[in-house]
Design a binder for this molecule. Sequence first.
Ligand code: PGA
Length: 250
Amino acid sequence: MRKNIVAGNWKMNKTLQEGVALVNDLKSVLTAKPNCDVIIGTPFIHLATVSEMVKGTVIQVAAENCADKESGAYTGEVSAAMVKSTGAEYCILGHSERREYYHETPEILKAKVDLALANGLKVIFCIGESLAEREANKQNEVVKAELEGSVFHLSAEDFGKVVIAYEPIWAIGTGKTATADQAEEIHAYIRSVIKAKYGEKVAEDTSILYGGSCKGSNAPELFAKPDIDGGLIGGASLKAPDFKAIIDAF
Ligand code: PGA
């Protein structure tokens, strides 16, 4: 049975002190056991501190990136082994901002996925089309190519450690959300592509999250859809009550 997951993606927000304050706020609002897994994706500098702070709580921790190289002379990079050593359990990879602003290609992402898994991290792998691609009705082609380019080389066992996040680029940080029907349609398509590659059981067990201006007000309708298993949340993960409202949608 697949998991329902609400994952935050802080992006490049919060100093260390602000991040600690947010985690304390989250711990104080998440008193009852939620009906979903809760993950917070933080900048590298928070990982060790936050992982320590959430021990024994329902909150799990994700990095927002890792290097495509194992170790060595790559100034400024952070390896998957380093991420794992902080206590983080997940790594977000393939976010459209990384693809666009940092030129992360399918090949680079494939290397990152392999290193994250080899180091015992689970992966939240992001896919999604641009507005121009949606207007040209190419969204299915785009998400399929993104899966084929960076995660479909994995064994079924390794693919089982991957969560997919569908994030239409035109909905990220824009306040424009895909309608629940639009999101469900492409989530079902993504699951069918996974089924064609790995079979029914793996497809049914894969969590597929929706991302893009997801908030407390639209989460219930999105999460009620059969193929939407939670959300990857940017803006609304930066304030504990907003993030909790989304968790409460389950
Ligand atoms: P948003 O970001 O919730 O601010 O739209 C989502 C994401 O990019 O993960």
